[in-house]
Design a protein around this ligand. Structure first.
Ligand code: 5AD
Ligand code: SF4
Length: 452
């Protein structure tokens, strides 16, 4: 979602007449997009800001401007605190107001004697002044469909993200997202399909549908009702769309229709990111996940019944308050049961205003670290095994990147694996989907040769 947001911010600024520079030293404006999901991500923001402060001072000494805008969920959560703690930051804006960024930047560009020319049409904006310079705080939750005003830039990419829903109503007890991204809102289905069509018309062949709880997508108006699987079917039907992924799904919102859609639609890729978080039903209850370990296993079994070759992927949190040795062992058991192709795993990180940070039995960091290492070692084994099993198979690969060496081109398989091809002519394969016979595999990469 953050990559998508950053791309949109870039597109907005380009449309407003700015251009991208290669070197930070040449920038008049810097935009930081930020993530608040774990404490570490927040620390990184302030570390980065410390560095940008030095750049700003150096640029000012040369009489050059340097506007610093901080957006995203850390900005949303910190708000005025960020303006206070980092007095050299000019603009703090949340994930709901980034479509107003070009105007905000215009407004802080010139010093002013009064705030009159800061005429931004938004109810949420607060203006602070430092040395007669306006500093903006814009962290409201707009009821407007911000996506309507966001441009899609034809940048000759073959794959694109498409946000279909934002926010979350699930309120997992560890998670800050409902507090920063707000309540769950599904976009108008026809607007999404139109956007997908214009992406296809500009050459995009792979779309990743995005939402915090993408499969709880639901859109209704007077004449029609859309659930997630309906939307997927419509996107897969669009001429030119050859591959569809989505992320991230919630186990309680998995429907039989969605499972069947995977079996029926060749465009819907056989990769399912279905975060479980923990293999202990007690921990899941404390997390407010609304399913038991058995429920999750049944869902995975059902997915595999219809889609035997699907690659399963998950997120895990270790060291959630109250997770004892037995609960952690149950997580390892579940991992052995499911056999994941990929996974993301984290130490529990207490987040402000969430229920879990006040729960008793918080787990020591050293225990979290030890559990994370054990879990990751098992997950790495499974991922390596999944990749190794691909040797001798022919996979469909969309090539889009140059490799480290000039004779390499990099792509992504239908199972989301990185695939490298060695060829004297990488350009020949760039931006195309090819059948690749897999000859080698490691934890993080496959290699192979083209099958005609
Ligand atoms: N601590 C650790 N991991 C977290 N996640 C969300 N909140 C936290 C937290 N407080 C993880 C979950 C989620 C992923 C995006 O980030 O596993 O699925
Ligand atoms: Fe956070 Fe849970 Fe919502 Fe995912 S489902 S965004 S983990 S609250």
């Amino acid at each position: 979602m953050n990559v998508y947001d950053s791309d949109k911010v870039s597109a907005l600024l380009l449309c407003s007449g700015m251009s991208k520079v290669e070197e930070l030293d040449d920038a008049d404006v810097v935009v930081l997009n930020t993530c608040h999901v774990r404490e570490k991500a927040k620390h990184k923001v302030y570390t980065e800001l410390g560095y940008l402060r030095e750049r700003k001072e150096a640029r000012f000494a040369e009489g050059k401007p340097f506007i610093i805008a901080v957006g995203g969920c850390v900005a949303q959560a910190e708000g005025a605190k960020m303006l206070e703690r980092a007095p050299f930051v000019d603009i703090v804006f949340g994930p709901h107001t980034y479509n107003e960024l070009p105007n905000m930047i215009r407004s802080v560009r010139k010093p002013t004697d009064d705030g009159d020319h800061v005429a931004l049409e938004t109810a949420h904006l607060e203006i602070f002044f430092k040395n007669k310079r306006p500093r903006l705080l814009n962290i409201g939750f707009s009821s407007e469909d911000k996506y309507k005003s966001l441009p899609f830039l034809n940048v000759e990419k073959k794959s694109a993200y498409l946000a279909i829903q934002e926010g979350c109503d699930k309120f997992c007890t560890y998670c800050v997202v409902p507090h920063t991204r707000g309540r769950e809102v599904s976009r108008d289905a026809q607007a999404i399909i139109q956007e997908a069509k214009s992406m296809a018309a500009s050459g995009v062949c792979e779309i990743t549908l995005l939402g915090q709880n993408v499969n709880s997508y639901r859109y209704e108006d007077v004449s029609e009702k859309w659930l997630f699987a309906d939307l997927i079917r419509a996107v897969c039907e669009i001429d030119g769309i050859k591959r569809v992924f989505y992320t991230s799904s919630h186990p309680v919102d998995v429907t039989l229709d969605l499972i069947k859609a995977h079996a029926e639609l060749p465009q819907l890729m056989p990769f399912w990111h279905l975060p479980v978080q923990s293999g202990s039903t007690n921990v899941l209850r404390a997390m407010n996940r609304h399913y038991s370990v058995d429920d999750y296993k049944r869902t995975v079994d059902n997915i595999r019944k219809y889609n035997p070759d699907i690659a399963m992927c998950s997120d895990f949190i270790v060291g959630f308050p109250g997770e004892d040795d037995e609960a952690f062992e149950q997580t390892l058991e579940l991992v052995r049961y499911v056999n994941y192709a990929q996974a993301f795993s984290f130490k529990y990180s207490p987040r402000p205003n969430t229920v879990a940070c006040d729960l008793p039995d918080q787990v020591d960091d050293s225990v979290k670290a030890e559990r994370l290492a054990r879990l990751q070692s098992l997950l790495r084994e499974q991922q390596t095994q999944f990749n190794t099993n691909c040797i001798g198979q022919t996979l469909s690969v969309l090539f889009q990147k140059h490799g480290k060496c000039s004779n390499q081109v990099l792509g992504k398989s239908q199972f989301m694996q990185s695939v490298v091809l060695h060829t004297p002519n990488p350009e020949m394969y760039m931006n195309s989907i090819r059948n690749v016979f897999i000859t080698g595999a490691t934890l993080s990469c496959l290699e192979g040769r083209i099958v005609n």
